[in-house]
Write a protein that binds this ligand. Sequence first.
Ligand code: GAL
Length: 340
Amino acid sequence: MKKHFLTASFTLLVSLAFAQKQTAILPREVWPDEEGNHIQAHGGGIIRLDKTYYWYGEERRPGLDTNHRYVSCYSSEDLMNWKFRGDVIALTKPDTVLENNKWVLERPKVFYNTKTKQYVMYMHLDGAVKGVSKSAWAYDYASVGVAVSDKATGPFKLIKTFRPLGKESRDIGQFIDDDGSAYLIFECRPVKGFYIAQLSDDYLSVEKETAFIQSPLEGGAVVHYKGLYYAVGSTLTGWSPNANKVATAVSLAGPWSEFVDIAPTDTKTYSSQSTMFIKVAGTKDTTVIFMGDRWKPTALWDSRYIWMPVQIGAGKLWLPEPKPWTINVKTGEWKQMDVK
Ligand code: GAL
């Protein structure tokens, strides 16, 4: 009895300690949500609706039902403290052509359509295809899935899977321009590169090719800053980090410049992979945050996040060494912190 009481008190103390308010973003550390659990929103996407940010991502916590693939949702008003809002979809095998149970749902992105008042989720669906794949682990399905909900916090319902513009589609990214137009970024093969493609009015289809940036890159992320578009991607090394690169263009349609590294080459983007940019336009400043994943393929739930404001402007984008930092989403100002 006494032992149980002690264990319970200890557990409570630990969760209270973790439940403390976050006053900084600590790149590469465990990032506790408001309940003290490491945030499970890998390969994620973020939208802001009024004052609230919603972060969707791959739910990878141990013990999930292996017949489903899950997308999580978190909300925050300050980008530092995140409340778990639950798993918004538990997808079952989306297509009978998928050969086995090794199929994947990766890099989910949610868009909010103000006309239809629908939340529209895009996800990368992949796996071995019956009669086509040579390996049980192949990524030959190379498609996107679209799921919808009338609430940010779900539940989402899958409505279709397809290949955008009829092309093989692997890593996906989301880009919402300052004028509100919404784009899906998707990595394509066998001609390697990524497409930036505008969504239809209702966001349910990928309507038109805006650009195809031919370069062997994935993890595509785009930001629009002071009259220039910056497109970042990682090279094709799977879960292993590499030197991510950036190109710029005056118009989304291009022409795009050559790609150059965004961090010292040997740091391999500080052991991370690009996922998206968050632009915080405040009353005093505009901060652009690089949102990257540091994957741990043998323990995906313990993969970490590398979020860090970038130095950006006049055609240059540079990721400084990630260190603890804090942001004021109202003013848009950020500063480095002395933590630990
Ligand atoms: C990476 C990709 C991840 C995941 C992984 C699987 O290249 O960015 O989202 O697909 O490969 O190996």
